[in-house]
Design a protein around this ligand. Structure first.
Ligand code: CO
Length: 134
């Protein structure tokens, strides 16, 4: 069901510092920042040959990553994103397997303009999983 690793997301306390570190120290191609008010985050993508790193910084008062950064002041890996061919089929399959989908279970539009869902970390080895339809 899951296909390619689309990205690994890292929560960062300082977006400019994170972008500079990936650009200057690691020599990577980093996108401009994109504000996603629906998700409460600002993102920038590090474009690698085989996948992407999504740098995540809180946007607004109710950002879902504020509490993560309160617990992990230096930042840290926040979620991994796997691609699926049909997100509703994937969701129904997971519900059938007893897994929990976060929120109302309906896909939202993600950072690439494609439908995404998040899965409950307690059902997946403590890892927050994002599914993105491609
Ligand atoms: Co993501």
């Amino acid at each position: 069901m899951i296909e390619r690793l689309n990205h690994i997301a890292i929560a960062v306390p300082d977006m400019d510092a994170a972008i500079n570190m990936y650009r200057d120290a690691l020599g990577a191609d980093v996108s401009e920042t994109i504000d996603l008010p629906d998700h409460g985050v600002t993102v920038a993508f590090v474009n690698l040959e085989n996948t992407k790193i999504e740098l995540l910084h809180p946007l607004g008062d109710k950002s879902p990553i504020t509490s993560y950064l309160q617990k992990n002041g230096a930042g840290g890996i926040h979620h991994v994103c796997y691609e699926v061919g049909d997100i509703l089929k994937a969701r129904d399959h997971l519900i059938e397997k007893g897994m929990r989908i976060l929120g109302d279970g309906e896909p939202k539009t993600g950072a690439h303009g494609k439908p995404v869902l998040f899965l409950h970390p307690k059902d997946f080895l403590g890892t927050l999983i994002e599914l993105e339809e491609v």
